[in-house]
Design a protein around this ligand. Structure first.
Ligand code: NAP
Length: 259
């Protein structure tokens, strides 16, 4: 299926690894010119080389922290008028809410709520003027079913979700859509390190912990960044113009609710 976005420009944040990379690779495979960001230059350049080797167009490679004003300015300087914006950043650390002071909350809100909001604010009027825009925010399955030790993530992402629900309805008439993609357990560096952390807490090996997790999972496997990227590319397609304000869970059925 041709997604109808060949030649479009995308800014894909936090895209040297994991889910962001999955989205950049899938968009580039559709002929989108991608600008990718991450803090570490080495992995970012490796991802850019991989996309180019597969025939993709990497229009920009921006090393910087997207959760800072400086990082966002650099990303927007490299890709000032994106047709497609993929909002992503690292997730906040786990812990006990009793231990989190204002500073921890501000950091989580900056990365996982305010950064996507400011990037939407900077790019959406151009999308409206050009009568095409696709915004996908990578959030978390924790928006639907909060994970107790990830309170910072539960809170910050819920704030973004509420904001986006309102704006999506304001811009739909201009062929600009905003949707959230909610990963469940997708195998990335973050998932692997969280498995190791939880295994150590439980006093078992990461392999044993993973086997326990998978046994309890309806799909009996974790998702892949490629699957995640493919869903993202579809939400960015010309054909997906009537899908907006939605929260699409990608968890292989782990969330047990009917709706
Ligand atoms: P990952 O494998 O650790 O990859 C994170 C990517 O984001 C890397 O390229 C990293 O590069 C970049 N990055 C992180 N913080 C950044 C920042 N402040 N500015 C720019 N780039 C940044 O993580 P992931 O699993 O793909 O997770 C992506 C998001 O999805 C996170 O918010 C995570 O909490 C959420 N999520 C993931 C899962 C899952 O199962 N994988 C489930 C639920 C939610 P640098 O470190 O070099 O910056």
């Amino acid at each position: 299926m041709d997604l109808g976005i060949k030649g479009r420009k995308a800014l894909v944040c936090a895209a040297s690894k994991g889910l962001g990379k999955g989205c950049a690779v899938a968009l580039a495979a559709e002929g989108v010119a991608v600008t990718i960001t991450a803090r570490g230059r080495e992995a970012l350049e490796a991802t850019a080389a991989e996309i180019r080797a597969a025939g993709g167009n990497v229009a920009g490679v921006v090393a910087g922290d997207i959760a800072t004003e400086e990082g966002r300015r650099a990303a927007l300087a490299a890709c000032p008028a994106p047709d497609i914006l993929i909002n992503n950043a690292g997730g906040p650390p786990p812990g006990d809410f009793r231990d989190w002071e204002r500073e921890a909350w501000v950091k989580a809100l900056d990365a996982n709520m305010l950064t996507p909001i400011f990037l939407i604010k900077s790019t959406i009027d151009g999308m409206i003027a050009r009568r095409f825009g696709r915004i996908v925010n990578i959030t978390s399955g924790a928006v639907k079913a909060p994970i107790p030790e990830l309170g910072l993530s539960n809170g910050a992402r819920a704030g973004l979700t509420g904001f986006v629900a309102g704006v999506a309805r304001q811009v739909s008439r201009h062929n600009v859509t905003i949707n959230n993609l909610l990963p469940g357990q997708v195998r990335t560096d973050r998932l692997v390190s969280s498995l190791a952390h939880n295994a150590a807490k439980a006093g078992i090996t990461p392999a044993e912990f993973e086997a326990q997790r998978l046994k309890a999972h309806p799909a009996q496997r974790f998702g892949t960044a490629e699957e995640f990227g493919a869903a993202c590319a579809f939400l960015c397609s010309a054909q997906a113009g009537f899908i907006t304000g939605q929260n699409l869970l990608m968890d292989g059925g782990a969330y047990p609710g009917t709706l």
